[in-house]
Design a protein around this ligand. Structure first.
Ligand code: PMP
Ligand code: GLN
Length: 425
């Protein structure tokens, strides 16, 4: 069975493996705001050393040790053959120069069509869609465009690390709303409690990374109610929109009453089509909000990924069965890994979607998820991501580990087998 690169490491020393090389040592006299950005994204340790993102760190650890990488969320198979062929054909066909600033028309039309086909949303491809360098750029540009220094941004916690960094880059402050293991539900009133006079917008994410929580209709209605009541904009990151399980369907926040006019919806081809390295994302919403975002975006990357754009346009028009199949595959991965983690002695949160499963290592005697993740290659030949780095409340995520399920079944089965050999610390 070929599950390379995954030999069980033979190293037997008790020391945790070294992290990826830090970007900067304490006291390095480099000026600027980069240190504040690192601090905001929980990358700065007590000695002032700045680490790379937890995803880069854990992928480097997996590469170095040969452990199965269930850390950074990327699939180990490529997207649909037609998508790959279309990109190759576009390159060979000469689609290699700058595309238009908003993205090629055929992709903007396909995005609008997709939003109508799946959600009944009415989107004008001319004025209400912008193609970006992944969802990451859409998020950064939206925050920089719509938030002023001193503003507050309300965000669910745990939060994806790029949110913290982008909020900081915009000069704003995050106010967090707790989602807590294992249910990760939004408590009634919790969102409203985080809104204050300086709140400018809500940054939502459903299906949610790292928890896998898919907001229910009741939770979404609460978000919409608070946004309307306080006249807030909402930026909603829906990159896992097609990875929803158990017969449920994704509900974009923009479909709720009164929300389309105050919501920017972000998604990306990376997750849906298993091409995370292509970085074709998009944002849509009211024309004047998209105009604001493009004003910033044009000075970040200007444009990107010309030959990938027509390929993604075609993929967005694939039959519905293709999208259902991806969700089924991911759900099977969730079930396989969840079973293994439970048998290994973890407590597991049952995600409703995404690439991820969160497990609590405390029942196995591991109270420090970061220490466990650093030692997991030696202990079990597997890499995960400590959830603590996505929390302000360090106690809330202390012993939690996020594992990616976007891998081939044989890889997940082998990871589960290895994790079952974990003994109590
Ligand atoms: N948002 C979330 C919630 C993510 O998990 C990720 C990681 N793929 C991104 C945004 C970034 O997406 P992209 O790779 O398209 O920039
Ligand atoms: N979104 C990916 C994850 O959550 C990571 C992407 C990245 O490394 N920035 O695993």
């Amino acid at each position: 069975m070929d599950i390379a690169p995954t030999p069980v490491p033979t190293r037997t020393s008790g020391a945790a493996p070294a992290l990826a090389a830090p970007h900067a040592a304490a006291g390095a006299g480099v000026p600027g705001r980069w240190r504040e950005v690192a601090r905001a994204a929980n990358l700065l340790d007590a000695e002032g050393t700045v680490a790379p993102t937890v995803f880069a760190t854990m992928s480097a650890l997996a590469t170095r040790t040969g452990a199965i990488n269930l850390g950074q969320g990327f699939p180990d198979t490529d997207g649909p053959a037609s998508l790959l062929e279309d990109a190759v054909a576009a390159i060979r066909g000469g689609v290699n120069q700058y595309p238009p600033g908003r993205g090629i028309p055929v992709l903007r039309e396909a995005i609008a069509e997709h939003q109508r086909r799946f959600y009944g949303l009415d989107v004008d491809p001319e004025t209400e869609v912008l193609v970006t360098a992944g969802a990451t750029e859409a998020l950064a540009a939206a925050l920089m465009a719509l938030v002023s220094p001193g503003d507050e941004v309300v965000v669910l916690e745990p939060y994806y690390d790029a949110y913290a960094a982008s909020i900081e880059l915009a000069g704003a402050t995050r106010r967090t709303v707790p989602l807590r293991f294992p249910e990760y539900t939004l408590e009634p009133g919790a969102l409203a409690a985080a809104v204050g006079p300086r709140t400018r917008l809500i940054l939502l994410n459903t299906p949610h990374n790292p928890t896998g929580h898919v907001l229910s209709e009741t939770e979404l209605a609460e978000v919409a109610r608070v946004a309307r009541e306080h006249d807030l904009l909402v930026v909603t990151d829906e990159v896992y929109e097609h990875l929803v399980f158990d017969g449920r369907r994704h509900v974009p926040l923009a479909t709720l009453p009164g929300m389309a006019e105050r919501t920017l919806t972000i998604s990306s081809a990376g997750k849906t089509f298993s091409v995370t390295g292509w970085k074709i994302g998009w944002v849509h919403g009211p024309a004047e909000l998209v105009e604001a975002v493009i004003t910033v975006k044009q000075f970040l990357t200007y444009v990107n990924g010309a030959p990938f754009q027509p390929a993604v346009a075609n993929a967005l028009r694939l039959p519905e069965e293709h999208f259902a199949e991806v969700a089924r595959r991911m759900q099977a991965g969730r079930d396989l890994l969840t079973e293994g983690l439970l048998e290994a002695g973890f407590t597991v949160s049952r995600p409703g979607g995404t690439y991820f499963v969160v497990a609590d290592a405390a029942p196995l005697g591991y109270d420090d998820g970061m220490a466990l993740c650093l030692d997991l290659p030696r202990l079990a030949g597997v890499v995960g991501v400590p959830v603590r780095v996505f929390h302000d409340d360090q106690a809330a995520g202390a012993s939690l580990v996020r594992f990616a399920v976007c891998k081939r079944p044989e890889v997940l089965a082998e990871a589960a087998r290895r994790l079952r050999t974990l003994t109590r610390s």
